[in-house]
Design a binder for this molecule. Structure first.
Ligand code: ZN
Length: 156
């Protein structure tokens, strides 16, 4: 399977393609939904969430991986995840993978926001959705790259 550097490169390449596609839809007004909902805020938030997902929320958090080490002192957040799931198990399932990673993070972020005294109802739903879509997409791209590379190595 690809190493962390290759995964980052594939993810960033895919992001550039997605952004190019979205820009095309908006600039040339090809799609009314895109024109209505995509503005510089949602696109910037999407890109940041996607990049954050790429570098910090990789499905390889289920092992002692580069993304796991990137958490530094905060890596304890992912320790249960790493211990509970065996490598390329649930975390690399196209549906359960992103859900389990986002759920783990959502619980922690919600706890931190509550501890910081933020009223969770004040976070606009649209922004939460955009951020989750960005993260989920970065995870899917990782899972698809793992799948394609293992298929190429062992086609039968
Ligand atoms: Zn992987």
């Amino acid at each position: 399977m690809p190493d962390a550097k290759t995964h980052d490169a594939i993810n960033i390449g895919t992001m550039i393609a997605i952004l190019a596609g979205l820009s095309y839809l908006v600039i040339w007004e090809k799609n009314s939904i895109a024109v209505r909902y995509l503005n510089s805020y949602t696109i910037a938030l999407f890109s940041m969430s996607y990049l954050f997902g790429t570098f910090f929320l990789s499905p390889d958090l289920d092992i002692e991986s580069t993304p796991y080490k990137r958490w530094g002192v905060l890596r304890f957040i992912w320790w249960p995840y790493k211990v509970i799931f065996k490598h390329r198990g649930i975390s690399h399932n196209p549906i359960l993978g992103p859900l389990s990673i986002v759920a783990n993070l959502a619980v922690i972020v919600a706890l931190l926001l509550l501890l910081a005294g933020v009223d969770l109802h004040t976070v606009p739903l649209r922004f939460a959705v955009v951020a989750i879509v960005g993260v989920m997409l970065s995870i899917e791209v990782h899972i698809i790259s793992d799948f394609l590379v293992s298929k190429m190595k062992d086609p039968f």
